[in-house]
Design a binder for this molecule. Structure first.
Ligand SMILES: Nc1nc2c(c(=O)[nH]1)N[C@H]1C(S)=C(S)[C@@H](COP(=O)(O)OP(=O)(O)OC[C@H]3O[C@@H](n4cnc5c(=O)[nH]c(N)nc54)[C@H](O)[C@@H]3O)O[C@H]1N2
Ligand SMILES: Nc1nc2c(c(=O)[nH]1)N[C@H]1C(S)=C(S)[C@@H](COP(=O)(O)OP(=O)(O)OC[C@H]3O[C@@H](n4cnc5c(=O)[nH]c(N)nc54)[C@H](O)[C@@H]3O)O[C@H]1N2
Ligand SMILES: [Mo]
Length: 770
């Protein structure tokens, strides 16, 4: 191969994940770059028993309460919130919304924390300050003026506490709708739909302790070095005691290869690192169902060989007989599926799939971890269920050191779901809500995120309330979602910082600034704690310590209650009493959800308590009363083979971003500095197209993927030759969202197929330089 040409901002990262680079990045975030003073940092008590829960991710805290854990990206998340920059009324007076629209997403949030409640004035095209009371009165009036409650959408982003989320769903249901689009709809909905059918719970079954007892960890489609960095400590410990760590990911991700723990002085000072993956396999993007079926087929063949030669069984037939249903159907499907097809769909040879199966078969207790690489596909739900099938084949659910571990996204996305943020609530939950609060919650199911956008676009939904987040920017197809937002009668954003969604103004638009998790929250009864649930169903308290960014800020529970009071006319809910003391909100949650019994007492201890998880006790709350093998028909994600030359695009996160929030323009572990306008391509795929590393290209989505014609092209990005599976390309979200059709989602869960977008690469047609 020719010597790769020099491309600005594109290099190679040679070191391990973590190490001094991570500490330097923390220092940069803390010193000035994000406008945080050292004193502020000293005041913080992140993930300490008496401090606040890190808003960075949902990975659990270690059991030893003293072993304070913090990471580079946690530091960035905290510094982002604790910044000394402020977005004040003077700033809004100096800039029209049209002018602000032209700024980058990075610049908008970099203005800092919102300080005052604001209302949009169409006359001057500016946001103007408004008193809280006046804002609430107008919001209440606008909601009451809707043709019906179902014309309102109540969006939740997963940072909201259990207390805020519970009040929010109570408000919307007392108002009369189950329209709860939420970030989970774009994230782990395939988990929430797929796991209950397979094993009867919609959450992971393992605890952190299980990681100490397993001897194999499989990582499917997640990138912990960036998105769950504290997990690297767990992987490091497992690797050091000799557990196998098997990675299935089209990209080589540094955090899954090598890690230097900043918490271990010796490793740091000696410049040593711990190798993480014992086996790293790179299927093509969208090839997971084929990988999993290949592993199952290989396992089956091994088991048959073992039976023929009187060796011990590889498959746990006793467990299958006493706990499961549907195994025969699975076996028939595996027998009918030929290796040639599996190899083509997986992009891996049979020998590699057999090696994966052998690694699995040789383990005593295995944990399967997975993230967006599994869920964000047209077959996301089926993918999740294939993971379950493979675990069930060896009885790897409901015993020590074994189980399934979805890596959840936002720090409380799982808790929000538990306390009622769902568009498809159960009848029993609604009945208990009615009984406890004397309301009549609607029974009709509501809209998920995609459905809410389609309803807004059609003019059927007229109001959108957002409890955090950046919905139209996080969703596919900005052209459609932005247009949908602009048609609304009412938009209300409860937020900490300015983002693009706030600039998509409706007839009436309100921007309501709230306290963040790091800040002291004082109500009538004194300082308050909130509670959150992590990825492993541990519920614990979090208490902010920093002085609020502005005296005008209100807490999310306060804002939700104020909106409810201004909107509802004949409810008998004591909103003021609930907000005066969040302990009363927790009592109300416990009254509705028995799993939260003695809630206040149980969160008063450092690590809180674990919610019951039936599958981890081998109790199967499925329709059949057993764990179900659920067979997926076929192998393919969205087949690209009908489109000669098409590649499969996955949209991914850089190391310097939190979803739509950009902390900066570097992606250190992938060697990218100061830019995001790149697409990662396998060198052979470049060569096949007569393209080279550094060429400027256009990415064109295959237009008829889901029967939605229309040109979608991301122009003028730089091709970067990368260690990525053949047939696969990757680009950063949210810039690449314009390539994803709104209708391109998993029909079973509604999860957008952000990680399987068939595209063509073309030499750039525009002559302007980037
Ligand atoms: N610092 C930081 N932390 C975060 C976030 C953040 O943006 N920044 N976001 C939070 C949220 S909301 C979430 S949901 C999580 C997301 O955490 P992750 O699930 O780790 O998210 P992604 O970066 O989108 O994608 C993860 C991996 O999927 C791989 N992948 C892509 N396509 C495929 C495929 O077809 N098959 C397989 N097997 N793998 C594939 C990519 O190579 C990438 O390594 O992180 C949370 N934590
Ligand atoms: N192409 C593509 N698109 C994706 C994904 C992908 O992998 N690829 N991933 C999807 C996933 S997994 C998710 S979860 C969604 C994320 O979707 P969202 O959750 O809607 O987006 P965020 O970017 O996390 O929201 C950032 C905003 O939240 C507000 N905020 C921050 N902290 C707080 C707080 O404490 N309270 C309140 N009220 N507001 C706060 C700030 O104003 C900030 O601008 O994006 C999805 N979109
Ligand atoms: Mo997410």
């Amino acid at each position: 191969m020719d010597k790769p040409k020099d491309v600005p901002g594109v290099g190679r990262y040679g070191g391990p994940a973590g190490g001094w680079g991570a500490l330097q990045a923390v220092a940069r975030a803390v010193r000035g770059q994000m406008g945080v003073s050292h004193n502020t940092i000293m005041l913080m008590r992140v993930n300490q028993p008496d401090g606040f829960d890190c808003p960075g991710c949902a990975w659990p805290d270690p059991r030893a309460a003293s072993s304070f854990e913090f990471c580079e990206n946690g530091a960035k998340a905290v510094a982002w919130e604790a910044t000394s920059h402020r977005t004040t009324p003077a700033f809004f007076a100096a800039n029209t919304v049209t002018e602000l629209w032209r700024r980058s997403d990075y610049d908008l949030e970099n203005e800092g924390r919102l300080t005052h409640p604001m209302v949009y004035d169409p006359q001057t095209d500016r946001y103007m300050p408004i008193e809280w009371d006046a804002a609430m009165a107008r919001i209440g009036q606008a909601l009451r003026a809707l043709p019906g409650a179902d014309a309102a959408e109540f969006y939740t982003s997963g940072r909201a506490s259990n207390e805020a989320a519970f009040l929010y769903q109570l408000f919307a249901r007392a108002f009369g709708t189950n329209n709860f689009p939420d970030c989970s709809n774009m994230c782990h909905e395939a988990t929430s739909v797929g796991l209950p059918e397979s094993i009867g719970v919609g959450k992971g079954t393992v605890t952190l302790e299980d990681f100490e007892h397993c001897d194999a960890i499989f990582c499917f489609g997640h990138n912990p070095g960036t998105n769950h960095p504290r997990m690297l400590s767990t992987l490091r410990a497992a690797a050091r005691r000799g557990a196998q760590i098997v990675v299935v990911n089209p990209l080589r991700e540094r955090g899954l290869e090598r890690f230097t723990s900043p918490q271990h002085a010796a490793e740091m000072s000696l410049g040593m690192s711990t190798p993480i993956a014992t086996l790293y396999v790179q299927p093509r993007v969208g090839g997971d169902a084929a990988v999993l079926k290949g592993m199952m087929k290989a396992l089956l063949e091994m088991d048959r060989d073992a039976a023929a030669t009187l060796l011990p069984a590889v498959i746990d037939h006793d467990f299958i007989a006493s706990h499961t249903l549907g195994y025969d159907g699975l076996v028939d499907d595996l027998d009918a599926t030929v290796w040639d097809d599996i190899e083509a769909a997986a992009g891996l040879p049979q020998a590699t799939l057999a090696a994966l199966a052998r690694a699995y078969a040789s383990s005593r207790a295995a944990i399967f971890c997975y993230g967006m690489g599994i869920t964000q596909h047209r077959q996301g739900t089926a993918n999740v269920q294939q993971l379950c099938n493979l675990l069930l084949m060896r009885g790897n659910i409901g015993r020590q050191g074994a189980g399934i571990c979805p890596l959840r996204g936002h720090s409380n996305v799982q808790g929000d779901r538990t306390v009622g943020i769902t568009e498809i609530p159960s009848a029993s939950f609604l009945q208990r809500l009615d009984d406890v609060f004397g309301i009549q919650a609607p029974r009709k199911h509501g809209h998920n995120a995609v459905e809410s956008m389609l309803a807004m676009l059609a003019g059927e939904s007229r109001a959108l309330i957002c409890l955090g987040g950046n919905l139209p920017v996080a969703m596919p197809d900005p052209e459609k979602c932005f247009a949908a937002m602009r048609k609304l009668d009412l938009a209300v954003h409860v937020a900490t910082k300015l983002n693009r969604s706030h600039l998509l103004t409706a007839r009436e638009t309100f921007l309501l600034p709230c306290l963040g998790r790091t800040e002291l929250d004082v109500q009538a009864s004194g300082p308050q704690s909130i509670t959150v649930e992590d990825s492993m169903s541990m519920v614990h308290a979090s208490r902010g310590t920093l002085p609020p960014a502005s005296p005008m800020l209100r807490s999310e529970p306060w804002i939700v209650a104020a909106m409810a009071k201004a909107t509802l006319r004949d409810d008998r809910i004591d909103w003021d009493g609930l907000v005066a003391d969040y302990g009363r909100i927790r009592d109300a949650i416990a009254a509705v959800l028995p799993d939260f019994h003695d809630y206040n007492a149980r969160v008063s201890v450092p690590l809180g308590f674990r919610l019951p998880n039936a599958a981890s006790q081998r109790e199967w709350h499925t329709g059949t009363g057993r764990a179900n093998f659920i067979t997926m028909a076929g192998l393919d994600e969205s087949p690209t083979r009908n489109h000669t030359g098409a590649l499969m695009l996955a949209t991914i996160r850089s190391h310097d971003q939190y979803n739509t929030t950009l902390y900066g323009y570097d992606d250190r572990y992938r060697g990218i500095t100061g830019r995001r306008d790149v697409v990662f391509v396998n060198p052979d795929d470049l060569a096949d197209r007569g393209l080279s590393h550094g060429d400027r290209i256009d990415i064109e989505a295959v237009s008829d993927t889901v029967g939605v014609p229309g040109a979608r092209t991301l122009r003028n990005v730089t091709a970067v030759a990368h260690d990525i599976a053949r047939g696969s390309v990757a680009a950063y979200y949210p810039e690449s969202n314009l390539l994803v059709a709104l209708e391109h989602y998993d029909p079973r869960s509604g999860t957008p197929s952000y990680k399987s977008v068939p595209v063509f690469l073309r030499r750039c047609q525009t002559s302007t330089l980037p």
